[in-house]
Design a protein around this ligand. Structure first.
Ligand code: ZN
Length: 369
């Protein structure tokens, strides 16, 4: 397939099969921010933030899709004043047909998201979610399909996000049988005639669907199904899947001093500065890490970890944490830029011919000397 045939919506659909919008917090604003999903993708650029310099970089590199972690639009604007920095950014995006899409708390919460990226960069073992929010839930979808349309309907279900179990995709169970129906006088049946009982070779197709994908899977399935009235059932199932939540906690491959860990964090997160709080020579092994601003969870970290790595710490709460005996490392909020490469790699693996870049603009507002 050539890159010309890939639409922005295709890239987003693949991204959302990993990072659905439905997982984001209600207060968040994720998904499409500016522009359209309808059109061919010329290139994708991943970034932590959408600044004017980032937009200029996208335009220069002929990229029409920016995928950002931090939403460009958060509070609803009351006007679009193009004399303000944000207004100018939006004007430039629209003028150059550049679409902005954001994956914020959904990318923080999901397995493999920002928090896993930060934990994995430190090679944490026995890793688990630091602040569990919930578990993936599923529904069982069963549909009866004429044998002739088995493959079409199966493909549609998978494209609609059904049939993923753990590391396995396109999982289904199909058994054969006979379907019976009698169309009434108003029906426009695909097979059979009004008033006569029809017997058709059908298959019973069963798939497990993540709850958030049920609507899109049913819509895709009904569209691909030849019958006027599609017979399907949706059952609740008891089993749950992956735990999602903020932060990760785990053990370092080898215990080290707080000072050594601070140096490791600086190197692995590729940040210019880290601040740390605690006894530099203290030995630490169990690490809690939370990307962005994690200062609200200091107490939970104190109960579970030797050291807590998070950004945006402030003077007084840090002092309180220190008094309580918690070691802290603050690599800055900008450590979340780790998502740029990981999201780009994820998309590139699927869309080999689409140019996919990471923004090279340093959007950290802080500079050190
Ligand atoms: Zn953030």
């Amino acid at each position: 397939m050539s890159a010309k045939q890939i639409r922005i919506a295709d890239v987003i659909k693949h991204f959302e099969s990993w990072c659905p919008q439905s997982i984001a917090y209600d207060w968040d604003n994720v998904g499409l921010q500016v522009g359209t999903l309808d059109g061919e993708v010329t290139g994708v650029m991943t970034t932590l933030d959408v600044t004017e310099a980032v937009v200029d970089e996208a335009i220069r590199s002929n990229t029409n899709l920016i995928i950002a972690h931090h939403p460009l639009l958060f509070a609803p604007p009351r006007k679009l004043d193009t004399d303000t920095p944000k207004g100018r950014i939006i004007q430039k995006l629209l003028k150059h047909d550049v679409t902005v899409y954001a994956a914020h708390t959904n990318l923080d919460l999901i397995e493999g998201g920002v928090n896993d990226m930060l934990a994995d960069a430190l090679e944490l073992n026995q890793k688990r979610v630091f602040l569990p929010e919930g578990k993936q839930t599923y529904k069982k979808l069963i549909v009866f399909v004429p044998k002739t349309h088995e493959q079409e309907v199966k493909d549609a279900l998978h494209a609609g996000g059904a049939g993923n179990i753990g590391n396995y995709e396109k999982v289904s169970f199909v058994s054969g049988g006979s379907g019976y129906f009698q169309p009434n006088a108003d029906a426009q049946p695909f097979i059979g005639q009004a008033g006569e009982i029809e017997k058709v070779d059908e298959v019973r197709m069963e798939v497990l669907v993540p709850s958030e994908n049920v609507n899109q899977a049913v819509t895709a399935m009904v569209k691909a199904h030849p019958y006027e009235e599609v017979a399907y059932d949706i059952y609740p199932v008891e089993q749950t899947g992956k735990v999602y939540g903020l932060g990760r906690i785990g053990k370092l491959p080898v215990p080290m001093t707080l000072q050594e860990l601070a140096e490791l964090v600086k190197e692995r997160y590729d940040v210019q500065h880290v601040r740390f709080i605690g006894d530099a020579s203290a030995t630490v092994e169990t690490v809690a890490v939370l990307g962005g601003s994690g200062r609200d969870y200091i107490n939970q970290a104190l109960q579970q970890a030797d050291v807590y790595i998070t950004g945006d710490l402030t003077f007084h709460e840090t002092q309180d944490a220190m008094e309580a005996g918690l070691n802290l490392i603050d690599p800055g909020h900008y450590a979340e830029k780790i998502m740029k490469q990981k999201v780009a790699d994820y998309l590139q693996a699927e869309f080999l011919e689409v140019p996919i870049f990471t923004s090279q603009v340093n959007t950290d507002p802080f500079r050190g000397i």
